[in-house]
Design a protein around this ligand. Structure first.
Ligand code: FIX
Ligand code: ZN
Length: 509
C-alpha cells in the first residue's frame, strides 16, 4: 500500500488481499507505536492492510446457490435491475414510463433502460451505481466501461453462462475468493414453493460458501392465512403443535444457521394474552393490532401492505394489514418455542415499511422513521434463553440499538442495512458502535441479492470500516495502551465474523 492508497483509503474500494504476515510471525507480537505523523501513517497502513485481509462472514444475504437454478442471480442484467437501481431510475424516469410498463419488459430491456438513464445520461455517482463500476473493474472490464460498452460487458459473462451450472459454480467460486468472503448466509423461505422445490424431497447440494437461514416472516407477523395454507398444503394439522412440527421439520431439512424475519413497520406488544386451546382456528391474536390501527397512518398500509412472507408474491398473496401484534400466538407459542427447543437464534430486521409505493414492487419499500426499539427490549426480556441478532433500518434507531445491546446478553447487533448501507452512514454507525460496544458486534452484512454484489459491497464497506478503525486505534494508542498487530488482527476479525460466530455458539438455554 503506497502513500496515495493511505490518503485515499477511505474513498477507494478496499479489496480483499490475503494476509502477507502469518499469524505466528514474530512481527505480530511487536507493539504498534504512535509518536508522530509518520507513525500515524504507519498505523493507518497497518489497519488498512489488516482490514483488507480479514475473512468476512456475510451473515445475511438473499443469495442462493447455483444448484437452485434460476434463483441464483448473477451477471450484468441482474446487477442493473437490482431494486435499489430501479428505485433510483424512477426518480427521473419519463412520465410515459410506468412501473407496470417497465416490469413488463424483459430483464435485458430493463437493464438497457437503467444503463442509459443512470450511466449514460448522467454519471453513476450514487452508491448503488458506483457499486456496479467497482464490480466491473474488479472483473477486469475497465475498458468496456470506459467505452460505455454494455454488450461487451454482457459478452464477458457469456463464457460462464455457456457452461450452465458448472459455469455458475465457477463464477461463484471466483466471487467468494475475490471478495474474501468465507460464507454467505442465504434467505430460505419455507412458505415459498419456488424455493421449497429445491429442498424437498431431497435438498440440493451446495458449496460451503453458502449456509441456510429459515425465513419465517408470516410467523412473526402472525399471518394466519399464509401459515394455514402452508400447513394444509404440506399435510400438517391446523394446530399450534402442527405449526411447531412444520417449523421443526423445516429446520431438519434446511439445517439453518438461524431463524429470520423482518418486522412489519409498527410491531407492538400489548399486555394481554389469552389461550387458543392449541388450535390455529381459535387463534385470535394474529397479526393485526386493532388499537394500533387507530393511530394516524395505520391504515395507509392496510390497503397496500406487504405479503409478510419474506419475499416472493406466491406465499400468501393476500393484502394484509401490517399493523402487527407482537404478542401473536405464532410468535410466542410457535416461533419462540421452536427457537428455545432447538437453541437456535433468531435474526430480526426491524423498521421496514413495506410497499410505500406498491407499483414499484421490491423497489417500493421504505423505512419507518423511528421503529419501536422497546419491542426488541421486551422480546429479549420475555425470552431470555433465545438469542436475537438484530439490525435496524432507520438511522434514528441506531443509537438506541447500541444502548440495548449493552443491556441484553441475548442481543447481538449486525450490519448497516439497506438505506443505512451507504459510506457516510456506515461510518457514523460503525464509529458509534465501536465507542459503545467495543468489538462486540458484527460490522457488516451485504444483503446481496446478486452474487457479483459481493465484489462491491464488501470492498466499499472495508474502506469505510478501515478508516473508522484507524481513528479509533490511533486514539487508543495515543491514550497509552500498547497494542500488537496480532491483537489488532484478532479484533478486526471479530468485527468481520468472529463476534457473530462467538454469539452463535453461546448457548443461554
Ligand atoms: O427484509 C429483508 O431481508 C430486506 O433486506 C429486503 O426485503 C430488501 O428488499 C433488501 O434487499 C434490502 O437490501
Ligand atoms: Zn435482506
Amino acid at each position: 500500500m503506497d502513500d496515495n492508497d493511505i490518503l485515499n483509503g477511505s474513498r477507494r474500494p478496499l479489496h480483499y488481499k490475503k494476509a502477507s504476515i502469518p499469524n505466528d510471525s514474530q512481527l505480530m507480537k511487536l507493539p504498534l507505536v504512535v509518536q508522530n505523523d509518520t507513525d500515524r501513517n504507519t498505523i493507518r497502513s497497518i489497519v488498512f492492510s489488516e482490514v483488507s485481509s480479514a475473512i468476512a462472514i456475510d451473515l445475511h444475504t438473499h443469495l442462493l446457490p447455483p444448484s437452485h437454478g434460476a434463483l441464483c442471480l448473477w451477471g450484468i442484467d441482474e446487477l442493473l435491475t437490482y431494486h435499489y437501481l430501479v428505485a433510483e431510475y424512477f426518480i427521473t424516469a419519463p412520465p410515459s414510463m410506468t412501473p407496470e410498463q417497465f416490469y413488463a419488459k424483459s430483464k435485458q430491456q430493463q437493464a438497457d433502460i437503467i444503463w442509459k438513464a443512470l450511466f449514460i445520461d448522467r454519471s453513476p455517482i450514487s452508491e448503488a451505481c458506483r457499486g456496479i463500476i467497482t464490480v466491473l473493474v474488479t472483473l477486469g472490464l475497465k475498458n468496456e466501461i470506459r467505452n460505455r460498452d454494455l454488450d461487451a460487458v454482457r459478452k464477458f459473462y457469456t463464457s460462464f453462462r455457456n457452461d450452465g451450472v458448472i459455469g455458475a459454480e465457477r463464477f461463484s467460486q471466483l466471487v467468494y475468493n475475490t471478495a474474501g468472503v468465507k460464507y454467505a448466509v442465504m434467505t430460505n423461505i419455507p412458505f415459498e414453493p419456488t424455493e421449497t422445490q429445491h429442498w424437498r424431497p431431497t435438498p440440493k447440494e451446495y458449496s460451503s460458501n453458502y449456509r441456510s437461514a429459515c425465513r419465517v416472516d408470516p410467523l412473526l407477523a402472525g399471518n394466519k392465512k399464509v401459515v394455514e395454507n402452508a400447513l394444509n398444503a404440506a399435510g400438517y394439522n391446523n394446530t399450534i403443535d402442527g405449526a411447531k412440527q412444520f417449523l421443526h421439520d423445516w429446520c431438519d431439512t434446511m439445517k439453518p444457521e438461524y431463524m429470520m424475519a423482518s418486522t412489519p413497520h409498527d410491531f407492538v406488544l400489548p399486555e394481554d394474552k389469552g389461550s387458543t386451546g392449541g388450535m390455529v382456528d381459535n387463534i385470535n391474536k394474529t397479526g393485526v393490532n386493532e388499537d394500533a390501527m387507530k393511530v394516524p397512518f395505520a391504515f395507509t398500509d392496510s390497503t397496500s401492505s406487504s405479503n409478510n412472507c419474506g419475499g416472493g408474491e406466491s406465499c400468501g398473496g393476500e393484502e394484509l394489514a401490517s399493523v402487527i401484534n407482537e404478542d401473536n400466538d405464532f410468535l410466542s407459542d410457535v416461533l419462540m418455542k421452536v427457537c428455545e427447543e432447538r437453541d437456535i437464534c433468531i435474526a430480526l430486521k426491524i423498521g421496514c415499511h413495506r410497499k410505500i409505493n406498491p407499483s414499484l414492487l421490491d423497489a417500493g419499500d421504505g423505512v419507518v422513521a423511528f421503529a419501536d426499539g422497546n419491542m426488541l427490549a421486551r422480546l429479549c426480556t420475555r425470552f431470555p434463553n433465545v438469542r436475537f441478532l438484530a439490525t435496524f433500518l432507520s438511522r434514528t434507531n441506531q443509537h438506541e440499538a447500541c444502548v440495548l445491546a449493552t443491556k441484553f446478553r441475548n442481543l447481538h447487533l449486525y450490519g448497516c442495512w439497506w438505506f443505512c448501507n451507504n459510506p457516510s452512514i456506515i461510518k457514523e454507525i460503525t464509529s458509534m458502535r465501536i465507542e459503545m460496544l467495543g468489538t462486540a458486534f458484527t460490522a457488516q452484512h451485504s444483503d446481496s441479492r446478486v452474487l457479483d454484489q459481493l465484489l462491491y459491497k464488501w470492498p466499499h464497506s472495508r474502506a469505510v470500516i478501515a478508516s473508522v478503525l484507524t481513528d479509533e486505534y490511533t486514539k487508543l494508542i495515543e491514550s497509552g495502551w500498547s497494542l500488537t498487530r496480532g491483537e489488532l488482527r484478532r479484533d478486526i476479525q471479530r468485527l468481520f465474523g468472529t463476534s457473530y460466530e462467538e454469539f452463535m455458539s453461546k448457548s443461554l438455554v
